[in-house]
Design a protein around this ligand. Structure first.
Ligand SMILES: [Zn+2]
Ligand SMILES: [Zn+2]
Length: 623
């Protein structure tokens, strides 16, 4: 049974954890007109994507011990960086997970594709996981699913239709489709997952189907506001459900968790509608071809491009795998309104004058393999940049990508294109609430406790200050670290547990390898990237431990060997000296020891001569 031990528990009839069907319909008293017509969508989903919409079986009966009569909230990622959002809620024997995202690496992590939170603790507790709720389809919320879900025994996922479409595509790419149940919910459903009940409310963002969560727990209601902004005139989406937000607020909220990404930005976000005006104007004023690039998950932006193209009588060529995927999913689920025959194949482009063509592609972050980067290198199969083209980049640069973006844009300019970028014309409105919106959310929810989430520490701190300005005392505001635990007791007292953390680590993903790249490998790559590497090859006699011939030296990215004959000769001499002296110290040759000596001594020697520290790789060949 759920114990209603606090005033903060809204009185919900039918508090059933043992319902065979975890998705409960809302009480008939509050009939909601459903503007996205879930039935139609549901049918579309069934037909077009064959998603698994069947409901899951009986949720496990919960047992919780006396020591577990506190609610524990654990942000495993996303409170020390932008990205890798994953939050765990624990009560009694039950765990639910909200979001499973990845983060992008910065320039200190050469060769790393993604970062995901360390989920060892979840793996150890996987039998207690009742479900995974995904708030929206961006990669920092769904990207880690294929890496983490299999390790957790493929628990069921609950999410809105469009998000389900993106997740399904991602799982398919990893060959994991069909392992986890993807349950499609509608925003008025109530999920019962063990000790938790979850309600949804629509938020605006820059992708449709973003939902916030009202999580009813035995200690009270928690409101989880994922990435969001208030947009009264969104594009391809409906406005925020203010009615639900204020209703939940009136019921009493123990804790609000809310997006901090733009907590340092004053005022309000620009509405997506206003942005449409800017895009329309660019489309009208541009004489030649337009090459438009944005994140492939920005469904609203893609809608704006389709609309502007229709208004200015342009045809659209879509290129880039992830862009094609997004458009296919969004069209099949009815989230993108597309005019008939507006999309053409690139071979058909010749039939139209340049001012009737838009190329929609990926690459707003300068990614090497993206459509835009290929065009900038003149390597794109079908699109050759020429004088008169206008490239529109509708995205802010993610820190760390500045250099690659600059290279792509410069090359496009060299090829004759006119580049319209964020800084010149504000073409990218953020999907994240600014200060006045953040304040309004806090005022509507009126939480007892507040936890800013999603952001670098300075953003989180700025959000905490806003809450404090609104009258929430500091001791009721919790800024946690990844893996730290916030505990709320049945009496309604909250405290952040200093030690131990559940986890705070990161897992690095390199290609398709998961976590096989550790801190050591990253450090090696940093060293090699900075000062190159220096290989010392020694052919040694197995018994005597003596050099059979001259040591060989290979170096990459360190010095130009030809111009440095003297240095190389000296190093060889040093190696010879070291082998001879150290060889005598041991009765039997100890190669590991010798390699360490060579690494240290030659490293030091090179530093003295060149003030650089290349990576030294001593190689011993026994003969
Ligand atoms: Zn987002
Ligand atoms: Zn996000």
């Amino acid at each position: 049974m759920i114990k209603k031990v606090s005033n903060f528990v809204p009185s919900h009839k039918n508090h059933g954890r043992h319902q065979p069907n975890p998705v409960q319909q809302p009480a008939p008293k509050t009939p909601q007109k459903n503007p996205v017509a879930p039935d139609r969508l549901q049918a579309l989903i069934d037909k077009a994507t064959a998603l698994d919409t069947s409901k899951s079986p009986v949720m496990t009966t919960s047992r919780y011990t006396a020591s577990r009569q506190n609610l524990r909230i654990i942000p495993m990622g996303g409170v020390e960086e932008v990205g890798e959002n994953l939050t765990v809620f624990e009560y009694g024997d039950d765990l639910i997970i909200v979001d499973m995202g990845l983060a992008f690496p910065d320039e200190t992590m050469p060769g790393i594709d993604y970062i995901i939170p360390d989920t060892k603790w979840l793996e150890e507790n996987k039998r207690r996981i009742r479900g995974v709720i995904i708030t929206h389809g961006h990669l920092d919320h769904i990207g880690a699913i294929p890496y983490i879900l299999p390790k957790l025994g493929d628990p069921p996922i609950y999410t809105m239709p469009l998000t389900a479409g993106f997740i399904k595509k991602r799982l398919e790419e990893f060959g994991l489709l069909g392992r986890s149940r993807i349950n499609v919910v509608s925003k008025d459903d109530v999920l019962a997952l063990g000790n938790f009940k979850v309600r949804f409310f629509r938020l605006n963002h820059n992708i449709p189907d973003s939902v916030g969560l009202s999580i009813l727990t035995p200690v009270g209601q928690i409101v989880y506001a994922t990435d969001w902004k208030f947009d009264h005139t969104p594009v391809g989406d409906l406005p925020t459900e203010f009615d639900k937000i204020s209703k939940y607020g009136a019921e009493g909220v123990m804790l609000l968790m809310s997006d901090s990404t733009n907590a340092t930005e004053p005022g309000y976000c620009v509405s997506e509608k206003e942005l449409s005006t800017t895009i329309d104007r660019i489309f009208q004023d541009t004489k030649g071809r337009i090459i438009f690039t944005c994140f492939s998950t920005l469904v609203s932006r893609i809608q704006q491009v389709f609309d502007a193209a229709a208004k200015t009588n342009r045809k659209i060529i879509v290129t880039g795998r992830s862009m094609v995927n997004t458009i296919e999913i969004a069209i099949s689920l009815g989230y993108l309104k597309v005019q008939p025959k507006i999309v053409i194949k690139s071979e058909q482009a010749k039939k139209y004058p340049d001012n009737q063509i838009v190329v929609l592609t990926t690459g707003s972050q300068g990614e090497e393999v993206s459509g835009l980067a290929r065009m900038a290198r003149g390597e794109h199969k079908t699109v050759k940049i020429k004088k008169g083209d206008t490239v529109v980049v509708s995205a802010s640069v993610i820190p760390g990508n500045e250099r690659s973006v600059a290279v792509v844009l410069s090359n496009l300019t060299r090829l004759g294109a006119n580049v319209i970028y964020n800084k010149i014309l504000d073409i990218h409105t953020s999907g994240h609430a600014h200060q006045e919106e953040l304040k309004l959310m806090i005022s509507l929810i009126k939480p007892k406790y507040f936890m800013p989430i999603h952001g670098e520490h300075y953003m989180i701190a700025a959000h905490a200050k806003l809450a404090n300005d609104l009258g929430i005392p500091d001791e009721r505001i919790f800024t946690l670290e990844n893996g730290q635990v916030l505990e709320i007791s049945s009496a309604g007292t909250a405290r952040a547990i200093e030690d131990p953390k559940v986890s705070g680590g990161y897992v690095f993903i390199d290609g398709l390898g998961i976590g096989d790249v550790g801190e050591v490998v990253i450090r090696d790559r940093q060293v090699m990237a900075k000062d190159g590497m220096f290989v010392v090859i020694m052919t040694l006699d197995r018994r005597s431990g003596k050099l059979v011939n001259q040591p060989d030296i290979i170096s990459r990215g360190f010095i130009y060997m030809k111009g440095n004959d003297d240095l190389i000769r000296e190093v060889k001499h040093e190696v010879r000296k070291l082998v001879e002296s150290k060889g005598k110290e041991k009765l039997e040759p100890n190669w590991a020891y010798l390699r360490n000596v060579i690494r240290d001594e030659i490293g030091e020697y090179l530093y003295q001569k060149t003030e650089r520290r290349p990576m030294i790789l001593p190689v011993v060949i026994e003969v």
